[in-house]
Ligand binder design. Sequence first.
Ligand SMILES: Cc1cc2nc3c(=O)[nH]c(=O)nc-3n(C[C@H](O)[C@H](O)[C@H](O)COP(=O)(O)OP(=O)(O)OC[C@H]3O[C@@H](n4cnc5c(N)ncnc54)[C@H](O)[C@@H]3O)c2cc1C
Length: 579
Amino acid sequence: MIHYHTYDALVVGGGGAGMMSAIYLSRASGLKTAVISKLYPTRSHTGAAQGGIGAALGNLEEDHAEWHAFDTVKGSDYLGDQDAIDVMCREAIDVIVELEHMGLPFSRTPDGRIAQRPFGGHTHHHGQGPVRRSCYSADRTGHMILQTLYQNCIKNQVEFFDEFQAVDVLFNEGRCVGVVAYEVATGDFHVFNAKAVNFTTGGFGRVFSTTSNAYANTGDGPAIALRRGIPLEDMEFYQFHPTGIYRLGILITEGVRGEGGVLRNDHGERFMERYAPTMKDLASRDVVSRAINNEIKEGRGINGKRYVYLDATHLGAEVIEKKLPDIADFCRTYLGVDPVKDPMPIQPTAHYAMGGIPTDINGRVFADSRGTIIPGLYSAGETACVSVHGANRLGTNSLLDLVVFGRRSGIDMARFCAESDRGPLPSDAAGEAISRFERLRSGTGKENAGKLREELQITMMDNVGIIREEAGMKTAVEKVEELRRRYLDVEVMDKGTRFNTDLLEAWELGNLLDLARVVAVGALNRTESRGAHSREDYPKRNDEEWLKHTFVRQTEDGGVEIDYKPVTITDFQPKERVY
Ligand SMILES: Cc1cc2nc3c(=O)[nH]c(=O)nc-3n(C[C@H](O)[C@H](O)[C@H](O)COP(=O)(O)OP(=O)(O)OC[C@H]3O[C@@H](n4cnc5c(N)ncnc54)[C@H](O)[C@@H]3O)c2cc1C
């Protein structure tokens, strides 16, 4: 059954980015706004964010938006667009005050100001040592942001379609006119006709086998865009966070190191002093993850195994219980380790997509590397690539990206909706989505989606992970092609319509496969090391050839096409990156 809905503005995704844009849309007079979300909004992954949100408030020591911008550019290994970074760091201060006024319960200094703590790569005076810039709510910052934004959406009468999964985006004469969604509870299809659509569907960490990301992070938004001919930007840059719980990948926030926790190898050595003499354990994430990888490779993992220790035992019970209560709880529950008394076994975990749907600083989506705007189509948050994170994101800058560019996209969508009529739907709007789902549901082949997903995740982890080289990436490209062929033979066991998670997981696997190909192809093509893209066969950054963004597009015959776009450099010329 197909249902039809008409809105002015539609937001796909109920995480931090989506709800921030929805608040701004609903504030604009007379705009009918809806959010569709495959999860109940407050279960979105923003709720898992622990350590904090960056802003140069200077509440505890001198700080400036310009220092924040420098650190972000340096952290990005000079691939971030400096005009966008400048906007993000300047608007950070105002947006934190706005969140506080919306009711966000930040942790406090003794004199009542918003408390701040150090985080990796955030420095004073352009690299002279850590600065306290991360605003936090204990280690539940994302949870508090999500609850606050949701309450404000409800206050502003935003309409929610919970457990509705967007499966296609609709265009008419080059303009975005809506979305097709699948209703999880019934299996019905819904066609939403809107003047403007904002894709804010989060990350795709489920491409890898060890990840901090939730099961829902399957990159639906970028995959839908890719299938409709929209290029994806800088997908080869995927961040591995240094401290995931050994074997589980669940995140231990960088806030532990911000509070003074240190990494130790099997000899008990604080090894980051060798790799990053100034910033030590608070160097940027790509640097720390590579250092851990190297310690393990050289046999200094704990008991020769694939992990090292994160030691917070010297911080004392009061700091841990007050500032890191959830982390302490995770460790006791999942590891049987009490971080007050024992070090935590950790290993790097796939964490964050720097790349995504290419946009300008107002969230407007680009159709190509020349900057052609697609009218009515927007994107924000982890799904988008503005690009403020370049080749490596600094901790606390994602939550900031969500609220700054969520807000900016909401404001620009409101402008666009006020100036535009609603474009008509194309004929048979839901047709393609329905036939894709019916093909999957009726499949009687011999392949099992869960098995294919596991093979994909291991292939990507082993060959397109923290350290890469040509032969491994070629293996990954070939394997992903093989899996894409086998995917056509998948059998979905549940043939029903109600809560058919078997069917949805098979559909999501298709998204992961499409994105994995783009990640692997982009990585293979980039013959240099930069930020999170670290190649053994090309260990140096090569600005002469590679100071440019990758754009990968899926062609009509199912192949991929690569193109490049120059990086915007304003204040900070590229130089060697040392911490
Ligand atoms: C454990 C952890 C800790 C982190 N800690 C920090 C931190 O301290 N500071 C920081 O800056 N960053 C942190 N990050 C990163 C940051 O939390 C995320 O990048 C960010 O929250 C992503 O927000 P988002 O709004 O883009 O997406 P999400 O919050 O993931 O929301 C995505 C939304 O899209 C919806 N959706 C997805 N697909 C579909 C579909 N097909 N149809 C409809 N809806 C769909 C989902 O239901 C969800 O509502 C952390 C990440 C993790 C995993």
